[in-house]
Design a protein around this ligand. Sequence first.
Ligand code: J9D
Length: 287
Amino acid sequence: QFHTIKYEDLKWDESLGQGSFTRIFKGEKTDYRDGEKHTTEVLLKELDPDHKNCWESFFEAASFMSQISHKHLLHVYGVSVHGDKNIMVQEFVKHGALDLYLKREKSLSVSWKLNVAKQLACVLNFLEEQSIIHGNICAKNLLLVREEDPSQGISPFIKLSDPGINVAMLGKDVIMHRIPWIAPESLAAPDNLTHECDKWSFGATVWEIFNNGNPPLQGWSLEEKEKFYENKQQLPPSQWTELADLIGQCMSYDLAFRPSCRSIIRQLNSLVTSDYEILHATESVTQ
Ligand SMILES: N#Cc1ccc(Nc2nc(N)cc(-n3cnc(CCO)c3)n2)cc1
């Protein structure tokens, strides 16, 4: 279900940080095709040796990504096993994880954020149509392939990364750290994820995108985060009421109230026009 890559065909360059139970490095993979040697820049995602019991889930994530392809889904070349090292070999995405980018770039436009949210909604819709549940949608798992270049009319382009270790394999405290991205119903049943869980996470991720990458509930203790769900609280609403409504619908505690992907896309598209109206309204007032 996925391509295996020879360890000796991989080269490690600098470390780029870590995910849950994983470390990531820039690297290179060498292929020999029609007698020629090809070197490709890759991202090497290594499973921590002290969490090698999660290797099935780690490789499940890899095969998940290898079995389907979509323009907004990260490409996974394959996996490599060498001793107690389990490595997922991914396409190297030029600008890295979106959460760090949002923190760094403070003056991203509303249309930039809306464009990215629509791309995420598009891949979410694709996954739902393929009856595939991602289970870990958040800005940290969105990767920026291309920055916008307004002078050239170039808009940003993102890809959704692999879901990583299945949340059911993680300890209770790691799951608690996923509040408020993880759907409330998944806290009690992490091994029973649904498409509605991905919609809840979509809501939290759109909130992140419009809040300059400030993580929601930043600095809250695990106890306070647990209370957030017990008291059925919502994230602070955006001033932009239509956006706040959409996020609120996605983050409904009642699964039945979460919108279909079609509805999410429709509402995001309508947001563009109302944004346009707000923009012109303010311009007419200021002139
Ligand atoms: N400075 C810098 C810089 C860092 C990284 C990349 N590229 C890249 N490519 C990927 N395929 C995956 C990731 N990645 C980043 N964080 C995670 C963990 C959460 O998923 C995965 N980064 C490019 C530039």
